[in-house]
Design a protein. Structure first.
Length: 214
């Protein structure tokens, strides 16, 4: 009984792992170089939560649509956050949510540092959605946490900024699926071809009947 219970637990864990959404993410961050300043992107006017840390600008780009259905499997997200402190170590959490489903965290970042209102301390991710992201419209949420105590410092979501809402996404596996279209041709050629096929089938059946009677 003990071994049976262990096997059932193992099977359940394997099933959960098979159903878990997977993605690959690369991180990028700013430097002290003047040309690394974040100038573009949407100026944030509202955010769900902020303390002495807040989001200033956000830039979002979608790419990767192999089957040309208008849904993408890659996203590039870049943001600049500010703080009232001279230095603030933080880490970021990124999640996606489609209508009627639970929120899916697709990346938790390494620790990076904010420097007051600097434009060089931006942070960016490049993500490829690999599996278990059904074709749908997703809302994106970003949260910043204090690297020392884990407290939530700032949060922005689709409720605050339209660029984070209704993102047309699907995983890489689904993006490889090409829908085959079978074309049918009408007109006299199609009718004649169908008539000829029927005639051939009729003659074959007639031939079989003759053979069976002999």
């Amino acid at each position: 009984m003990k071994y049976l219970f262990s096997i059932l637990l193992l099977m359940a864990a394997m099933e959960l792992d098979a159903q878990a959404a997977s993605s690959t993410t690369l991180e990028h961050r700013g430097s002290d170089a003047p040309d690394s300043q974040m100038q573009d992107g949407t100026l944030v006017t509202a955010q769900s939560h902020s303390t002495d840390v807040w989001f200033h600008r956000i830039e979002l780009e979608l790419s990767g649509d192999h089957n040309n259905n208008g849904f993408y499997h890659q996203l590039y997200l870049k943001f600049d956050a500010d703080t009232n402190r001279s230095r603030q170590a933080v880490w970021a959490e990124f999640s996606l949510q489609r209508p009627g489903q639970a929120e899916q965290i697709f990346h938790v970042s390494s620790i990076f540092t904010l420097h007051r209102q600097s434009r060089q301390d931006w942070f960016a991710i490049e993500t490829v959605l690999e599996d278990n992201y059904p074709t749908d419209y997703y809302d994106l949420t970003i949260r910043l946490f204090d690297a020392n105590d884990g407290w939530l410092l700032a949060e922005i979501s689709a409720w605050d900024e339209p660029i984070l809402a209704d993102l047309p996404l699907e995983d890489y596996r689904r993006d490889q699926q090409v829908i085959a279209v079978v074309e049918s041709y009408g007109g006299s050629f199609g009718i004649l071809s169908l008539s000829g096929l029927c005639l051939v089938l009729y003659r074959l059946r007639q031939r079989r009947c003759q053979l069976s009677t002999t």
